[in-house]
Design a protein around this ligand. Structure first.
Ligand SMILES: *Cc1c(COP(=O)(O)O)cnc(C)c1O
Length: 220
C-alpha cells in the first residue's frame, strides 16, 4: 500500500466526529486496496455495481468486511444484492422496498436498508419525494425481513454550494421525524457540509482512495 492511502484514512478518521462513520467507496479500486484498508481497521466498504463487487468479495472472503450496496438497484438484481450485501443505501421506491422485503424473506436474510430520498429536482437520480415517503411510511416501516435504518441522499451535480447544507439538514430532519438513526449523505466533494448537518455515513471514494483508476459510473 502507498503510505498515502493509510495517511488519508487516518486523517479522515481524525476529522470525523464520533457520530459519523466512514463508508469506504471502493468501486473502481482493486481488492488489494480494500485489503490494505481493512487491515488498518476499516470495516465498511461500499460498491455500486454487483458484477464488480462479487469477485472482490470473493477475493476478500477471509476478512470481516461489512459490504454496503450504494448503486442504483435494478429490480432484477435484488436477489443477488440481498445475498451479498448486508446494507443497501439505495432503495428508492415503495415497489423496490416491497421486492427487497419479499426476496430477503425468501433468502432468510435481513438487510439494513436506507431509503434514498430526492429533496431537489434531479432528472439523473431516483428517490422518494419527502411527502410520498411520509404517506407510505406506515407500510415501509413494517415490511418484514428488512430493517429501515435511515435515509440516503445526494446533492444534484448543479446544487449551489450555499444550498448543500440546507439540503442535508432537510434530510436529517426528515430522518429524525421518522425516528431513523442514520443519514447516508456526503461524498468526497461535500462531506464536510454533510457532516455538519448530521450525516452518520459518509460515502467517500476519491477523498480516500484517490482518483478511480478504472471508470466507474457515479450512481444515476
Ligand atoms: C461513487 C459514489 C460515491 C463516492 O464518490 P466520491 O466522489 O469518489 O467520494 C458515493 N456515493 C455514491 C452513490 C457513489 O456512486
Amino acid at each position: 500500500m502507498t503510505s498515502s492511502l493509510a495517511e488519508r484514512w487516518r486523517n479522515l478518521r481524525e476529522e470525523l466526529p464520533a457520530s459519523a462513520r466512514l463508508l469506504a467507496v471502493s468501486k473502481g479500486h482493486p481488492s488489494s486496496s480494500i485489503r490494505a484498508l481493512a487491515l488498518l481497521g476499516q470495516r465498511a466498504f461500499g460498491e455500486s455495481r454487483l458484477q464488480e463487487a462479487l469477485p472482490k468479495q470473493n477475493d476478500l472472503a477471509d476478512l470481516e468486511i461489512e459490504w454496503h450496496f450504494i448503486g442504483r438497484l435494478q429490480s432484477n438484481k435484488v436477489r443477488p444484492v440481498v445475498k451479498a450485501f448486508s446494507v443497501i443505501h439505495s432503495v428508492d421506491s415503495l415497489e423496490l422496498a416491497r421486492r427487497v422485503s419479499r426476496i430477503a424473506s425468501e433468502e432468510e436474510v435481513s438487510p439494513s436498508v436506507l431509503l434514498q430520498v430526492k429533496l431537489r429536482p434531479d432528472p439523473s437520480k431516483g428517490g422518494f419525494d419527502a411527502d410520498h415517503l411520509q404517506n407510505v411510511w406506515a407500510e415501509l416501516s413494517t415490511l418484514p425481513a428488512m430493517r429501515v435504518v435511515g435515509l440516503m441522499t445526494m446533492a444534484p451535480f448543479d446544487c449551489p454550494v450555499m444550498d448543500r447544507r440546507a439540503l442535508f439538514s432537510e434530510c436529517r430532519h426528515l430522518a429524525d421525524h421518522l425516528g431513523l438513526p442514520d443519514c447516508s449523505m456526503g461524498m468526497s466533494g461535500d462531506w464536510r457540509d454533510a457532516t455538519a448537518a448530521g450525516s452518520t455515513w459518509l460515502r467517500l471514494g476519491s477523498a480516500l482512495f484517490g482518483a478511480r483508476p478504472v471508470s466507474a459510473p457515479a450512481m444515476g
